[in-house]
Design a protein around this ligand. Structure first.
Ligand SMILES: Cc1cc2nc3c(=O)[nH]c(=O)nc-3n(C[C@H](O)[C@H](O)[C@H](O)COP(=O)(O)OP(=O)(O)OC[C@H]3O[C@@H](n4cnc5c(N)ncnc54)[C@H](O)[C@@H]3O)c2cc1C
Length: 441
């Protein structure tokens, strides 16, 4: 069987790998000149040959699919940020302080306030076609905070979570919050990992096994499918060519998928789900300093915050050298706020905003910034659900239509927004194709 995979991010690559292993004739098309998509390790320009992640960064203990895949490819994981996350907020006088309670405590407080709703959601067995879910989904997190008369602390925690959901409380559906607390296991460990040598080693290792099946600089621009045949229009160097195959895996973000005409059209619900899905703004800034001034005994090396610079953490604990890189992830409106700081006072302005971590004497050596909403092949950080999104449409994001199969972070239920969700969805799409193929041959 022949399969065209659109998108060489983790989802497309994981799908292609499994399909090749089953003997399929696979072509992967990718408009960028690199694999990995939103996994992008920046290696150029930092002193001491250091590197850091511009996109997908941390891997959780419970994310077994990506961990297993890394293991199969002979890649090692490095444990990072052992002391977890702290929290930084402004006090009444406007000074930024690291609060005594850590981020987990704020998280627990939210979890407690949401307990009644989480229970109802569990009664619905977390199904997104339940009226319980619909009721949660049409409210924003901001509305809920008003309803429960949330105090300043609870609001600060909820706002800080824009670094996680990439959406402000006003934009984010309450169901996203409830789902998070209903699915995260209270006893789960907070252990986090990164792939030793850089997360891009994972897509690179998969791509190495695919060889010249990956075509760079090539964009899927149209699809027509009838009976057993799928036809793709592919654009490379301004020339459009046709490719015919038996199956197709669409592993690009919904922001790009919705621009590709499909004939005959997708069912109305599927079309709407893809068209209406929101993607969060995300600016990731990597600041390399002459010293790791943020390190202090008994203090974590990662901080959530409601500040305009977003969350901050040490981005290369595992690498040698006096110098160190701090990553700032500004999600939702913090993404705009971060860019405003940079437009006004440059990267130094961001460095100055870190005085609460002791940046005063440190020299800023190098910096890189990636604004994901401005990336033409991502058009956002990752998907989030806003109160206008009808939750019963969610299942349509992953549903095959004819010989078209859908993968990508946004199609995952348990791990949406994560690298693990991308990998799992790609493997699921490959298995779906094999299942359909077995049934029809
Ligand atoms: C700032 C940031 C921080 C993150 N932090 C974490 C984290 O700490 N932990 C974690 O697990 N996850 C994190 N993520 C999420 C994670 O990076 C993504 O969920 C995952 O990489 C998505 O993989 P994907 O294959 O679904 O999509 P992508 O990686 O976007 O791959 C899709 C590919 O499709 C290509 N494409 C686009 N249009 C077309 C077209 N017309 N034809 C063909 N191909 C096309 C794109 O170029 C791209 O290469 C983060 C993401 C961002 C942006």
């Amino acid at each position: 069987m022949s399969v065209l995979v659109a998108g060489a991010g983790l989802a497309g690559l994981a799908a292609a790998r499994d399909l090749v292993a089953h003997g399929a004739d696979v072509t992967v098309v990718e408009p960028r000149d690199r694999v990995g998509g939103r996994v992008w390790t920046i290696r150029d320009g930092f002193a001491d040959s250091q590197h850091a992640e511009a996109g997908g960064d941390m891997i959780d203990e419970a994310q077994t699919e990506i961990r297993a895949l890394a293991g199969e490819l002979g890649l090692k994981l490095t444990r990072i940020l052992r002391d977890g996350f702290g929290y930084a907020r402004r006090d009444a006088a406007g000074r930024t302080r690291i609060t005594n309670g850590n981020a987990a405590r704020g998280w627990d407080a939210l979890s407690e306030r949401l307990a009644g709703l989480t229970r109802q959601y569990r009664l619905a067995e977390q199904r997104w076609d339940s009226p319980i879910t619909a009721d949660l989904a049409r409210r924003s997190v901001a509305q809920w905070l008003d309803e429960v008369r949330a105090d300043r602390d609870l609001r600060a925690t909820a706002t800080g979570l824009r670094g996680f959901f990439l959406a402000d409380p006003e934009e984010l559906s309450l169901v996203a919050f409830v789902d998070q607390f209903a699915t995260s296991d209270e006893h789960a460990s907070w252990s986090m990992y990164r792939i030793a040598g850089g997360n891009d080693r994972l897509p690179a290792a998969i791509a190495a096994g695919l060889g010249d099946r990956v075509q760079f600089g090539t964009e899927l621009v149209a699809i027509s499918h009838r009976g057993r045949e799928v036809r793709a229009a592919l654009k490379a160097a301004r020339t459009v060519s046709q490719l015919t195959c038996d199956y197709m895996v669409l592993a690009m973000p919904a922001t790009l998928l919705r621009r590709v005409p499909i004939t005959p059209a997708l069912p109305a619900q599927q079309h709407d789900a893809i068209a209406r899905l929101k993607y969060g703004k995300a600016t990731k800034t990597l600041l390399q300093f002459s010293s790791r001034f943020w390190r202090a005994a008994g203090r974590p090396r990662a901080f959530g915050s409601e500040l305009p610079i977003g969350a901050a953490w040490e981005a290369n604990e595992d690498q040698r050298g006096r110098a160190g890189i701090l990553a700032l992830l500004a999600g939702g409106s913090a993404s705009d706020a971060t860019q405003t700081i940079v437009a006004k006072s440059g990267m130094r302005g961001l460095a100055t905003s870190l005085d609460w971590l002791g940046s005063a004497d440190a020299e800023l050596l190098r910096s890189r910034q990636v604004v994901w909403e401005a990336d033409p092949w991502a058009r956002g950080g990752y998907a989030y659900f806003d109160p206008a999104f009808d939750p019963s449409l969610r299942q349509w994001l992953a549903r095959p239509f004819g010989r078209l199969f859908f993968a990508g972070e946004h199609t995952s239920f348990r791990w949406q927004g994560y690298m693990n969700g991308a990998v799992e969805s790609g493997r699921r799409a490959a298995a779906e194709i094999e299942a359909v193929h077995r049934a029809t041959t």
